[in-house]
Design a protein around this ligand. Structure first.
Ligand code: ATP
Length: 479
């Protein structure tokens, strides 16, 4: 992994954004806990998504469905039969890899060496293999023919490629046994599909309308070595938009633009975002695109926008025996709606925001690490410091703190040199710091220090709230 990526992982831990889960027991693979700063960041991202999706669209409704669902759900959705990843084991190191990702890595290496023709040929074979009837064997052939060695051990001693189902199962009630098997949901979407009529009827929505949800999803990922990019327990923010068949491409075009804009509105630099068209469309999909972010370890998917036709509702109709049709009161037509979904990983978004905001700068001969978060997603909005712990300064600072607490998450700090207190807030991504000093006691003004420019202005302490609200509203990202 790259240096920058390592720094972000280490800052996340040191400052309480993200910890390894069950760390005192040596950790549990690909599961993570959010610390005090991380949980604030996460709540702010959820709220930014909820506002953008639910509050800004009168035809989108929110729900919060259970993680455990009737097991037939996953037969209907196709996950029991087909939610598989092709895996391959290195016999030497006993490490397991995703066969398609091994080949992708090989293609990247070829390109890096300037072997464009060979890279293109392998890429074409990969696309064909992913669409092949016997996909595992087709992938295996490529690994053999290209003599792809194991990235970690360097060995060329592979098992066959096998399919591995990614769903976690558990049993319901006291009796274990196949008939009691249930699954931890591998995506939040199915909770939305099965509630299609409940939401439509109770919210009195007509097509087109959407249902949005934020919640946990679980996947027993084979390869999980990239921090919160690939977790076994993670969170998704998904919206299913139900449309009249034939109008799905319009909806698809609208949502792909709106979703890219959301990331930019969170302060992410547009040049770090790009589209990725799918090499392989799921058999039921008629369009699919990913939004990717350029992490220090390469471009990675953060969100998918998929046009899923009427596949899910039709399958639920088939398996449940309940009609999933919509009656259009205007045209008097009856049809199963088509669906365009937007599905973004909350944890991947957090990693985007941490990565995109992270800067190292030289200030007066000293290096500072700073997270230049958009104020709306910053975990702490304002740091409040008395210059010294005496002369009535703490009292004035506490009064400002109490006022601002009603509006934002703030942090009061009276320990150590002010310069050090600023640095700590820089690392936490706090956009503004207020200092109460000697002059405050004379004329009632305080200094407000801007995280990005490090400039300080003096304003009357009674104007602090309006000043901050205005600054946050007009904040612009820096290059
Ligand atoms: P990938 O190809 O990276 O495994 P995917 O195509 O399976 O992802 P989707 O099923 O489209 O992902 O899920 C939608 C979003 O959920 C992804 O864009 C990603 O942000 C998030 N996501 C999926 N799997 C994980 C995971 N294991 N850990 C964290 N986030 C995930």
């Amino acid at each position: 992994m790259s240096d920058l990526f390592d720094k972000i992982v280490s800052l996340s831990k040191r400052r309480g954004f993200i910890f390894q889960s069950s760390e005192i027991y040596g950790g549990l693979g690909a599961t993570y806990d959010y610390g005090p700063l991380g949980v604030e960041l996460k709540r702010n991202v959820m709220s930014s998504w909820w506002k953008a999706m639910v509050y800004r669209h009168d035809n989108i409704e929110g729900i919060d469905a259970a993680i455990l669902m009737h097991p037939t759900t996953w037969k209907a959705s196709g996950h029991v039969d087909a939610f598989n990843d092709p895996m391959i084991d290195d016999r030497v190191s006993k490490m397991r890899y995703r066969a398609d990702q091994l080949i992708e890595g090989h293609i990247e290496k070829l390109r890096a060496k300037g072997k464009e023709d060979q890279a293109n040929a392998v890429y074409e074979r990969l696309v064909a293999a992913l669409n092949a009837e016997d996909m595992p064997n087709a992938l295996y052939r490529i690994i053999m023919d290209e003599e792809i060695h194991a990235p970690d051990s360097g060995a060329f001693d592979w098992t066959e490629v096998r399919q591995f189902n990614l769903m976690f199962s558990t049993s319901l009630g006291a009796v274990a046994g196949e008939e009691n098997y249930i699954y931890l949901r591998p995506e939040t979407a199915q909770g939305i599909f099965v509630n299609f009529h409940n939401v439509r009827e109770t919210a009195r929505q007509q097509i087109p309308f959407g249902i949005a949800q934020i919640g946990k999803a679980f996947r027993n990922e084979i390869v999980a070595r990239q921090f919160v990019l690939r977790m076994r327990e993670f969170e998704q923010m998904e919206m299913q938009y139900f449309v009249k068949p034939g109008t799905q491409m319009e909806a698809f075009a609208m949502w792909r633009e709106k979703r890219l804009q959301w990331h930019i509105d969170n302060g992410v630099r547009p040049e770090k975002l790009r589209w990725h068209e799918h090499e392989k469309l799921a058999h039921y999909a008629d369009a699919a695109v990913d939004i990717e972010y350029e992490f220090p370890i390469g471009w990675k998917e953060i969100e998918g926008i998929h046009s899923r036709t009427d596949y899910d509702l039709r399958r639920h109709q088939e398996y449940s025996g309940k009609k999933m049709e919509y009656f259009d009161p205007q045209t008097q037509e009856r049809y199963i709606p088509y669906v365009v979904e937007t599905s973004v990983g909350l944890d991947r978004t957090i990693l985007v925001l941490l990565t995109d905001a992270y800067r190292e700068e030289m200030v007066n001969g000293e290096e500072r690490a700073v997270l230049k978060f958009h104020p709306k997603i910053a975990p702490i909005k304002v740091g409040i410091f008395p210059l010294v712990k005496k002369d009535g300064m703490p009292e004035v600072a506490h009064a400002i703190e109490n006022d601002l607490r009603e509006h934002f998450n703030v942090f009061y700090d009276e320990k150590g040199a002010v310069g050090r207190r600023y640095r700590r807030m820089d690392e936490a991504g706090t956009p503004y710091c207020i200092t109460v000093d000697g002059q405050t006691l004379e004329d009632g003004t305080v200094t407000v220090r801007d995280r990005d420019s490090m400039e300080q202005v003096r304003i009357p302490k009674d104007n602090v709230l309006t000043y901050l609200v205005d600054q946050m509203r007009t904040w612009k990202p820096q290059a």
